[in-house]
Structure formats: structure tokens, C-alpha cells
Design a protein around this ligand. Sequence first.
Ligand code: CA
Length: 229
Amino acid sequence: MRVLLVEDDDALAEGLLAGLRALGFAADRVDRGASADTALGLAPYDAIVLDLGLPGGDGTVWLARWRDRGDRVPVLILTARDAVDSRIGGLDAGADDYLVKPIAVEELAARLRAVVRRVRGRPEPVWRHGALDYRPDTRAATWRGRAIELTPREAALLEVLLAHPNRILSKAALLEKLYDWDRELDSNALEVFVHHLRRKIDPAIVRTVRGVGYALGAADSMRPADGPP
Ligand code: CA
């Protein structure tokens, strides 16, 4: 999941960025609404974390502008503890959720996963694909009832594939979901993650579409439970 953080407080922003990345998010940061507006046109963000007190214009104004032009990207606003009016203003302007500072990054991550799930229209707690069960809230996966250890990046890749079960995703599109500005796009790394998912789950869990990218493998293409390993 790729997130855009709009926050002018450097210390807070750096802490949240590091925390989100450690939890497997791709995350970019800008410090004002106009830059966020530009960034939205450059990358396919799954969600925005928007501070309301920004230099050069209140966050609510930008949020209202995005909603006016039909952009439904989930927005989670950050507000000060005593700023009840601005919180209400943000929700009225189209925010999907809010958090009150100080922010615990684990809670921010959980709220982000929840708003994205709601918007994707896949609110069920367990995503099932053949013998694979995946829980987007905890990123826990089981294959034939057995827990699978996935790194945050492997889980992020699996989640993108499961969220678009009938689509071929180009390598560029996958990389844009998994990487942010500070980390170089590297399609070799993507191939390594795909290799790991195949080894840990099933060789057919990810289908290579030559010259295009990858797709989620059909559930019935995977090895039968009692078949050869
Ligand atoms: Ca601020």
C-alpha cells in the first residue's frame, strides 16, 4: 500500500514515515497542500494522511478541492487534541477517518488499512483464494491451514495481487505500489519477492504474463493437497 503523508512538522513526519515503512508501507511525504496536489497526479496513492494545520492553506481546503473534482482516494486527517471544530470540518469536507495527535504509528497503520479496505469494497476480514487465507488487518497468511511467514514487502505484494484478482498488473504498476520516492525502483527486487511467494505458498500463486507483468494465479492451478511436492 502506498501512502502520501502531508505534514509540515519535520520531526513528526520523519517519525511517521520511518514507522510506516518499517510496517511495510510505501510512504512519501510533502509539507504542504499544493505539493500534495501535485504528488497525487504522479503516483497511484492508496491513501492520504493529511495534517489540517499546514502552511499556505488549511488541509481542509485541499481535501474539499479533491472531493469536488471527484477524487475518492481515502483521506485520514491528523488534528490537535483540542481542535474539535477543525476535525468536524475535515470530516464534513470528505475525510474518511481522523487521528488525534500524538500519533501512534501502529494505530495509524491499522486505520489506514481499515479505510482502504472499506473503499476497495473488500471489507471481509479474511481474503480467501483457494487454500490461501489472508488477513489484511494483521497481514497474517495461512496456506492449507499452516501459517506462512511473510516479510512486509512480500505481504504487500500478495495483498496487491489479492486485491485485484482478475487483473494483470504491470511491473511498473506493482513497483509504484510497493516503493516510494526514497527507494529506487528495482524490477529485480520484484522478481525476488515473486520467487519468495511461489516458494512459500505455491509455484502457481503468481502467474507471469510475459512482457507485461504478473497476475494472481488461478486457485485451481495450484498443486493439489495430496499431490507431489
Ligand atoms: Ca501542522
